[in-house]
Ligand binder design. Structure first.
Ligand code: GAR
Length: 213
């Protein structure tokens, strides 16, 4: 299985969807570590309930983003996730620096609750609803130094209903997130994705883990 680390800051419902798909046998991954920057994140409890190791790194305990990122990269590497594994940001509300990304080149993914490049940031659902768009959705992308910015792996769309606010739209987007994120991770597990500049190519067939470089 693909060794992964999942980074959370809050509820961890995306983490739960990944755990569930792994336990059902449709996602060929193994969660080696769940990291949270908030000690009270419910995602930590979800992990513990399934016997998954957890680590809390409170960002305010660190003098800089870089020192926080270095500690996080070290914890993830110690858990056995290297550049052949994958780091999965699932509601992790921190920007990561090159210190972190250089440890896992093209091996960090994020999910965002809007159709990027529209409505990046921490209120994607509410911003889309307030703008009055007729369609929104979610985006899974490789992470780069800019927030909600890297090459797009998959997007899924939902209609926005008249007069709906972020609280009404959010749960419908979240349902889609729970479908597409495990799918995107499975593509990585099958080595089916190639990044060329901004474009992510999805190959029809992949390679078994044993034959991957
Ligand atoms: C999800 O909707 C995710 O897309 C969003 O936070 C929520 C976390 O939910 N992420 C962002 O807004 C990143 N910019 P969860 O903790 O239940 O998975």
């Amino acid at each position: 299985p693909l060794p992964i680390a999942v980074l959370v800051s809050g509820s961890g419902s995306n983490l739960q969807s990944i755990i569930d798909r792994i336990e059902e046998g449709v996602l060929d991954a193994e969660i080696r570590l769940v990291v949270s920057n908030r000690p009270g994140a419910f995602g930590l409890e979800r992990a513990r309930k399934h016997g998954i190791p957890t680590k809390v790194l409170t960002h305010t305990d660190f003098p800089s983003r870089e020192t926080f990122d270095a500690a996080m990269a070290e914890a993830i590497a110690a858990a056995g996730v290297d550049r052949r594994g994958l780091v999965v940001m699932a509601g992790f509300m921190r920007i990561v620096t090159p210190v972190f990304l250089s440890a896992f080149p093209h091996r960090v993914v994020n999910i965002h609750p809007a159709l990027l490049p529209a409505f990046p940031g921490v209120h994607g659902q509410a911003d889309a609803a307030a703008y009055g768009v007729k369609i929104s959705g979610c985006t899974v992308h490789f992470v780069d130094e800019k927030m909600d910015h890297g090459p797009v792996i998959i997007q899924a769309a939902v209609p926005c209903l008249d007069g709906e606010d972020g609280d009404a739209l959010g749960p419908r987007i979240l349902k889609l997130e729970h479908r597409v994120y495990p799918q995107a991770i499975q593509w990585v597990a099958e080595d089916r994705l190639t990044v060329c500049g901004r474009h992510v190519e999805l190959r029809v067939s992949g390679r078994p883990r044993a034959e991957q470089p």
